[in-house]
Design a protein around this ligand. Structure first.
Ligand SMILES: [Fe+2]
Ligand SMILES: [Fe+2]
Length: 411
């Protein structure tokens, strides 16, 4: 009898349509971009999982192992469909992104045709093993990483919760079919290289299809290169001389927490590691309890309701004292005016955190490709805790480019 986990399939629907902006997370645009990349990736990868799980089911005879594979397959198929909905919404706004999705799916179909089943199960088990430490981190830091459009944040947080729930499934199926953890270790580099290639493919497609101002950060902020960037941005002394020119994904996360994350990722690939041993975050139980209580999980971000904007539909409000608006994404909320509002927050943040350095260190380029480079202590502490106070008609364009003109917002 195979060792099995306790996983449940739950039918979910999310409120995602063409009104979801590409940059849905203005407070952390690198996170918004990364999430969009994950959506493209998930459509291809989880479809690949479904193919492999179906082929594995043809040779699995153990009843418990079959049950594990079936519920794993069902959850992943639903993940793929939910992310497809998000990707379709983005493609409706930027039709050229359709080519990127086609290339991701083709890349996984080519991989599936080229290698044996045990290779696919090893790839899936290796990548799924990284999810408990990675998504536990994402969930714990959700206020920093997912403070944006709650419709999108809810989709990702649900996915992360279910990835943690079925964290052992791929491991159990691989052990039940292939019986060789050393084989998985041998294929690890090939598998992770392929993941990196897919991420590069997606970011290149996004860079070609979506205007830079709509992305908000350079497209390669969501490739594997980001780990090198985060390392340099967090290293003592080195970080003083390392300037990205944009707010990095983990800028507000401590170096100690990032070291813990990387250690967890490395540990997840050891042959002696079992994903079931990873402790789940406390919010996992909160989410499960809320779902069991019948709450609206399509708009579930665990934030306080907006106290200023009665029409807020997504409960991601951050009251902005002294301003005419609020920080929610509902009608009238500041989410409709991403650029000028972040610009206003920059001005305020700079004046608060480093009054002696209220001017950019230097600027590069002009127009839509120009950038203002701030000192790290100023430029990377961006808007999400700031008061909003800029007229929405001030201008358009990315807050990270010189096209925004003066950075002195406020009213
Ligand atoms: Fe998934
Ligand atoms: Fe999964």
């Amino acid at each position: 009898m195979a060792l099995v986990s306790d996983v449940t399939f739950r039918k979910m629907r999310f409120d995602i349509d063409e009104s979801v902006p590409f940059q849905w997370n203005a407070a952390n645009p690198a996170s918004g971009l990364m999430s969009n990349v994950i959506s493209f990736f998930a459509v291809g990868f989880e479809r690949y999982i479904v193919l492999a799980a179906k082929d594995a089911l043809r040779i699995i005879e153990d009843a418990d192992l079959r049950a594990e594979a079936e519920v794993f397959l069902a959850q992943e198929a639903q993940h793929s469909a939910a992310h497809r909905k998000h990707v379709n919404a983005l493609i409706a706004q930027y039709p050229a992104l359709g080519t990127t999705l086609d290339r991701v799916i083709a890349a996984y179909e080519d991989l599936y045709a080229a290698k044996p089943l045990k290779s696919h199960l090893a790839y899936i088990a290796s990548l799924e093993a990284t999810f408990p430490p990675l998504f536990t981190f994402m969930i714990e830091k959700r206020d920093l990483l997912y403070h944006g459009d709650c419709r999108v944040a809810s989709l990702f947080l649900w996915h992360y919760i279910e990835e943690i729930e079925h964290r052992s499934s791929a491991d159990i199926i691989f052990d039940g079919v292939v019986h060789s953890r050393w084989y998985r270790l041998r294929t690890l580099v090939t598998s992770m290289t392929h993941v990196g290639q897919i991420a590069r493919l997606i970011t290149e497609g996004i860079g070609a299809a979506v205007p830079a101002d709509d992305i908000g950060v350079p497209p390669d902020a969501a490739t594997m290169d980001m780990w090198r960037t985060e390392l340099l941005a967090h290293l003592p002394v080195v970080s003083r001389f390392f300037h990205t020119g944009y707010p990095t994904l983990f800028r507000d996360v401590s170096g100690r927490r990032l070291v813990k994350l990387v250690a967890g990722l490395v540990r997840s690939q050891l042959p002696t590691h079992h994903p079931a041993d990873v402790e789940v975050p406390g919010w996992f139980h909160t989410w499960m309890a809320s779902h069991a209580a019948g709450e609206d999980m399509a708009h579930y971000c665990a934030r306080s309701p907006c106290v200023r904007c009665g029409s807020c539909r997504c409960r991601t409000a951050r009251p902005s004292r002294g301003s005419r608006s609020c920080a929610c994404w509902g009608p009238g909320g500041w989410g409709r005016y991403i650029s000028p509002n972040i610009r206003g927050c920059h001005a305020r943040t700079r004046s608060n955190c480093c009054p002696r350095n209220g001017r950019p260190m230097r600027s590069t380029g002009t127009g839509s490709v120009g950038k203002l480079i701030w000192r790290r202590s100023c430029g990377v502490r961006t808007s999400w805790a700031c008061t909003i106070g800029v007229r929405p008609t001030a201008n358009s364009g990315s807050p990270w480019t010189s096209s925004t003109g003066s950075t002195q917002g406020g009213s």
